[in-house]
Design a protein around this ligand. Structure first.
Ligand code: HEC
Length: 125
């Protein structure tokens, strides 16, 4: 009787180990990355890092807070003017003289969502 109980315990332990080991051997992990649907990136942090890089290369040249050439994106006034992301998408896509419009060929939808996610982190609301 004792033999059977011990065998059963050993089998159950082995079974648990094998079911853990198979996905690991296949290179899968049990932890799933968090999905940020509107930014299309696998992680929130990933979307923000990409958004920051894009913002720095495509926008900051004109919109640097110290440049005074184009409106800053960190003021409460700016965010009051653009309460929705749709309004932001609209002005970025169509442009506003002298700012050129950024069409989908220049910045695709995923990149635009990443830029806007990053812009929200600049807000001093
Ligand atoms: C060539 C310089 C330049 C670049 C590059 C540029 N902008 Fe602009 N942007 C401007 C100027 C100048 C204005 C103000 C236009 C006006 O007088 O209304 C402006 C206006 C805006 C506005 C509207 C501001 C308001 O107060 O209504 C937004 C939003 C904006 N830009 C976002 C962006 C984003 C996002 C990027 C990068 C993808 C970008 N801009 C790149 C020059 C630029």
């Amino acid at each position: 009787m004792r033999f059977w109980i011990i065998s059963l315990a050993v089998l159950l332990t082995l079974g648990a180990l094998v079911s853990l080991a198979i996905p690991l051997a296949r290179g899968e992990t049990t932890e799933r990355p968090m999905i940020l649907p509107d930014a299309g990136s696998t992680t929130v942090q990933g979307a923000l890092t990409t958004g920051e890089t894009l913002y720095q290369s495509r926008c900051l040249g004109c919109h640097a807070p110290q440049a005074r050439f184009a409106p800053r994106h960190d003021t409460p006034e700016f965010w009051a003017k653009y309460p929705t992301d749709e309004a932001l998408v609209q002005v970025i896509r169509s442009g506003r003289y002298p700012m050129p419009g950024f069409g989908p060929g220049a910045i695709n939808d995923v990149q635009l969502a990443q830029i806007i996610s990053y812009m929200h982190t600049l807000a001093k609301k």
